[in-house]
Design a binder for this molecule. Structure first.
Ligand code: BGC
Length: 741
């Protein structure tokens, strides 16, 4: 709890230079325990007596800052000196608080956010062995000076002058050179100024901590045909590069980040749009190792625009930074390319689960796009333990929900000027329901129920046709569907069909959530029945793959078998090609295999030509692409306009592999995998498949292998299960079982 401390900010305006707040004090008695409770407007790193406090990167994370700002508590007992002076230094960058996000439009809300000051609030509690206590609060006695971080911001990167490191106040740096980095002229110590900022927004840390998770060594250094010097990490990573160098003071390093090489093998990052994603570093004398601390990048390649000497790969490591979510799922089969796809899906998740589920980690977005999150939440919750991660984000969604119940396109809502969209706003309902299903904890429904209800009520209150959703202020449609008319990002599926289908779906989930919480949901049950019949009346036939998919998946089609058959037919007639976008893709394989077309589902999964999941694998992808043709068949890029190579949405295909190919099925009446149905659908083209999920009840795994004697299944269930092999059903208790078919 932060009780008596006050917000402080920089006493003078140093522009882009990151302030460092410092406090020195002496402890003359033996310490029992010491804790630092702190948060910032911006992102901070705290260093006590030269040692980094905690492992949290980009603290305090990203929340709906206007209403919720997490503080962190660190045990600093072991870092405090009793024989000499202690010095705590907290450096603050703009972070998500005041960086110019989003990059593509100067919304009034963005311009307001950019004016937010950088500041901190915190308390140091020290308990002495003699049972006395002391508390040091942030106040105007803290010193606030310019740090060696001369610039730091989410999209543009970081600039650092290592010559200023030892102590900012005695730093001897000239005020100009050709590095583009601004220097401070040494001055008298500056004191922090009081800042009037709400304390009511402070909440304890809720989400997972953001941490440095994996280290990826550089694979190679090479020159491109244009002569650029590149480092290739062999994997697209979100985080930052750590480099080591032996240099003379004043030597400069300039690094750019990129995801892909162009078709001639040159450096390419035009798809980052306005995000400069750049590191500028001025060396101090001698050996030094450094990485940015207050920003992050999405990259596979770095371009060494300036770097001392002849660099070798050993000097570079990519440090993966993400929320500390732990892997729970695994997928492995006998097809190498599919295994690469699985790897790309896992990496796509790691790279975009940095406190908020983001669309992408590299260009001038990196926003919590609601549509993307709802599309991927099921896969996400099988791959990793994301319960805490999503619960925190959903609290932000509820906090930022607009007075009329509508939900912004991104959460935290950094585009409040934009209108809500079907399938995006529905994240308010779909995500809590899925988190409940995967982990079996009703708290998420209890926390979110009002928010879920408000979203459904918003549609009911604003639609222009009763029991449908028409006249919506905006609709992203079947975003990036391949049946889009030329020049459009929206597939051909009718907007109002999508709107009404999701209205029905969200209402049905709201009803289920209400039942779990033992609420009277009769009026919503009636509403749901009416939406279904209005849908059937309005849409007697389906014109696109996605229309068929939604009609079946959401229980809207009068004759689901006929509609699934129609879908199968459409897919085959299209040359066994997927035409769906963000809205239809997550469900298409489910609908096909649920209605007897598993062979076609596998055809789509295993297809290698464009458009398909494996097309990007064949092009060397290490994460999931935003477009089916991020790199087109002719080797050209799709466009610079909107072309991310690290967008997890289409990775949602993994939930089909867990649930249908491997057959591991959670049961709605036994959420959290308290009882499991395992009904694998083998396909000889994979040769073998093993999927496992570490559930709240233990690890379930399902394997099958095609052998000369037939198909061998091995199922390991931690709970009572129903195992379906062909047309045989076995009811079993926890254990390992083998079957043949
Ligand atoms: C984002 C998407 C998002 C979409 C909505 C894009 O710019 O990257 O993933 O869902 O906009 O239209």
């Amino acid at each position: 709890m932060i009780k008596n401390a006050n917000w402080i900010t920089s006493g003078n305006d140093s522009g882009d230079i990151c302030p460092v707040f410092c406090r020195s004090w002496k402890c003359e008695k033996e310490i029992e325990k010491a804790e630092l409770t702190v948060t910032a407007l911006g992102v901070y790193t705290a260093v006590l007596n030269g040692t980094r406090v905690g492992e949290y990167v980009l603290a305090p994370g990203w929340t709906a800052y206007g209403k919720r700002l997490q503080y962190q508590i660190y045990d600093i007992t072991d870092l405090i000196h009793t024989d000499s002076e202690n010095t705590l230094k907290i450096t603050v960058g703009k972070g998500w608080m005041s960086s110019p996000m989003p990059g593509w439009f100067d919304y009034p809300s963005k311009l307001e956010r950019m004016k937010r000051p950088r500041g901190i609030i915190g308390e140091l509690h020290i308990q002495y062995a003699d049972h006395t206590e002391e508390t040091i609060y942030t106040d105007e006695n803290w010193i606030c000076e310019d740090s060696p971080v001369r610039f730091s911001e989410i999209y543009d990167g970081e600039s650092y002058d290592a010559r200023l490191e030892s102590s900012a106040e005695s730093a001897a740096a000239s005020d100009s050179d050709d590095s583009g980095i601004k220097h401070a002229i040494p001055t008298e110590p500056q004191y922090a100024a009081a800042l009037s900022w709400s304390k009511n927004i402070l909440i304890p840390q809720e989400g997972e901590e953001i941490r440095e998770m994996e280290r990826v060594a550089a694979r190679r250094i090479f020159r491109t045909p244009k002569g650029e010097l590149l480092v290739d990490f062999g994997q697209e990573v979100t985080g930052y590069v750590e480099f080591s160098v032996n240099a003379e003071a004043g030597e400069q390093i300039r690094i750019l980040h990129g995801e892909m090489l162009d078709k001639d093998g040159n450096f390419y990052n035009a798809n980052y749009r306005s995000a400069n994603a750049e590191i500028n570093y001025i060396c101090r004398e001698g050996k030094q190792t450094w990485h940015p601390q207050l920003t992050f990048f999405g990259f596979r390649y770095i371009c060494l625009k300036k770097f001392p000497g002849e660099p070798v790969p050993e000097q570079f490591t990519a440090i993966e930074v993400r929320s500390d979510i732990r892997q729970t799922g695994s997928l492995h089969c006998g097809n190498k390319k599919l295994n690469q796809l699985f790897s790309n899906i896992f990496w796509g998740q790691k790279d975009n689960f940095l406190d908020v589920p983001t669309d992408c980690p590299q260009r001038d977005e990196r926003l919590g796009w609601t549509g993307d999150a709802q599309v991927f939440v099921k896969t996400a919750s099988y791959n990793y333990d994301v319960e805490k991660f999503f619960r925190k984000w959903l609290h932000d969604l509820a906090a930022d929900q607009r007075p009329d119940g509508s939900v912004g396109q991104v959460i935290p809502d950094y585009t409040p000027e934009e209108q809500p969209s079907a399938a995006w706003g529905d994240a308010a309902v779909i995500c809590p329901w899925q988190i409940y299903l995967t982990y079996g904890n009703t708290d998420v429904l209890r926390d979110q129920f009002e928010s879920m209800k408000k979203w459904v009520d918003y549609i009911t209150a604003t639609t222009t046709t009763e029991n449908m959703w028409t006249g919506a202020p905006h609709c992203f449609g079947d975003w990036l569907g391949l049946d889009a008319p030329s020049g459009s990002y929206k597939g051909s599926t009718r907007d109002e069909l999508i709107c009404t289908a999701f209205y029905a779906y969200s209402t049905s989930l709201l009803v289920k959530a209400g039942h779990v919480l033992r609420k009277d949901m009769s009026s919503y049950e009636v509403l749901h029945t009416r939406i279904v019949s209005a849908f059937q009346k309005a849409y007697p036939e389906y014109l696109t793959q996605t229309e068929c998919v939604l009609a079946v998946q959401f229980g809207l089609a009068a004759d689901p078998q006929k509609t699934a058959d129609q879908l199968a037919d459409m897919v085959v007639k299209a040359g066994t090609q997927i035409r769906t976008g963000f809205v239809g893709t997550p469900y298409i394989l489910h609908v096909l295999s649920d209605y007897g077309h598993a062979d076609i589902a596998y055809d789509l999964l295993l297809r290698e030509e464009y458009p398909s999941w494996l097309f990007s694998v064949n092009q060397g992808a290490t994460t999931i692409w935003e477009h089916w043709d991020g790199i087109m068949q002719n080797g050209e890029f799709w466009s610079t306009d909107m072309n991310s190579f690290n967008h997890y949405a289409y990775g949602s295909v993994a939930d089909w592999v867990y649930e249908k190919a491997a057959g591991i099925q959670n049961q709605e009446d036994a959420p959290g995998f308290a009882r499991i149905r395992i009904s694998p659908i083998p396909d000889a083209r994979l040769r073998h498949l093993t999927a496992s999920i570490n559930t709240r009840h233990g690890k379930v795994s399902s394997s099958w292998k095609v052998t000369e004697q037939g198909i061998r299944y091995e199922i390991d269930t931690p709970v009572d299960a129903e195992i379906v092999i062909g047309d045989q059903t076995y009811t079993v208790t926890p254990g390992i079982y083998t079957y043949w078919s």
